[in-house]
Design a protein around this ligand. Structure first.
Ligand code: HMG
Ligand code: MG
Length: 297
């Protein structure tokens, strides 16, 4: 018999993962308004920016200014990606209270994405996480390319578990498991996440599916049945990684919320207010967004 949880937590990554691949630069004030609308829709976890090199991701170069414009909302946690100590210094200056460090289960992908091998990135993160925690900033971790990598193909589940352990050992409180290029199927999820469930009892694991091959919502359903309760998604299905060829948007938050609503699983998100946020950012970008549910009346 399949198991379904009663409640899930959604981490809305649209303002970061969603926008990082967009070539139309969205003005800072519009990003702030988008994030405000997301907060109004019920999100308690919103990834808003990255403190990466501005030349690598020009869309997010305004991270500090943007965070300065965000209104503090009770119970809403804003977070931002941090790749190294320089990024952490910028994050501390911005006043953000949660960061995320990010590595991969694929050596080549990691080098292309952050110019570091996997072990090198863990070594770089060690003092970053330590200092963040000392400053009272909580830390999430990401492992990208957990199922099928853009360069080396199928990824060994043991490698995913090993890198996930390395992040928990640094002191992160949650690890997000990335289907970066959206090529994984529910069978891949069952295989890799089955091992993760065995190895990480009592640890928080999030699922982060991109939707390149239209598999993301099927993968969410697979993970739900396995008992996972934290999901990353992007309003409207915005998103992609500029350093993973072919990677398109995240699973659309509307599609995820529709599924959860129909399954009777609580997420705390108002689909109607979420639509408002997605229409707003679609207008700012001047294009339609891929979410199927958003296209319905
Ligand atoms: P690098 O060139 O190796 O950096 O880039 P470096 O340490 O050699 O430094 C070179 C210069 O950059 C120096 O300046 C540093 O100060 C500066 P100079 O002395 O030459 O004037 N620098 C910085 N400036 C601002 N902020 C910083 C920073 N760090 C160094 N943080 C680096 C290494 C990691 C910075 C670069 O590769 C980078 O920014 N990569 C980010 C790529 C990225 O954002 N990818 C997308 C996010 S990951 C993703 O989408 C996947 C995810 O969604 C999960 C999934 O889908 O699987 C999370
Ligand atoms: Mg991603």
């Amino acid at each position: 018999m399949s198991y379904l949880p009663k409640q899930v937590r959604i981490v809305e990554v649209g303002p970061r993962d969603g926008l990082q691949n967009e070539s139309t630069i969205v003005p800072t004030a519009k990003k702030a308004e988008f994030i405000k609308l997301l907060g109004a829709a019920g999100f308690r976890n919103i990834e808003v920016a990255s403190f990466v090199h501005p030349k690598w991701v020009p869309q997010l170069a305004d991270a500090q200014e943007l965070i300065g414009q965000l209104e503090p909302v009770p119970n809403v946690r804003y977070s931002a990606l941090v790749p190294n100590m320089k990024g952490l210094e910028r994050a501390i200056e911005s006043g953000i209270r949660r960061i995320a460090v990010f590595t991969a289960a694929s050596e080549t992908f990691n080098k292309k994405n952050i110019n570091m091998g996997i072990q090198e990135s863990i070594d770089v993160f060690r003092p970053v996480v330590k200092r963040a925690l000392t400053e009272g900033i909580s830390v999430r971790g990401y492992v990208s390319s957990c199922f099928v990598g853009p360069y080396e193909g199928a990824v060994a589940k043991e490698k995913v578990a090993e890198v996930t352990w390395s992040l928990f050992e640094l002191g992160v409180d949650e690890v997000s498991i990335g289907g970066t290029i959206g090529a994984a199927t529910p069978q891949d999820v069952e295989k890799t996440c089955g091992l993760l469930l065995q190895e990480f009892r009592g640890h928080k694991l999030a699922m982060h599916f991109h939707d390149t091959y239209g598999m993301a919502i099927a993968n969410v359903y697979q993970a739900l049945q396995m008992g996972f309760t934290i999901f990353d998604s992007s309003a409207g299905g915005l998103g992609g990684c500029p350093y993973a060829p072919g990677a398109s948007g995240n699973v659309a938050t509307e599609d995820l919320v529709y599924l959860l609503d129909r399954l009777g699983i609580q997420s705390g998100i108002s689909l109607q207010l979420l639509r408002r946020a997605s229409h707003f950012i679609a207008q700012a970008l001047g294009r339609d967004l891929p979410s199927r549910v958003l296209k319905t009346a």
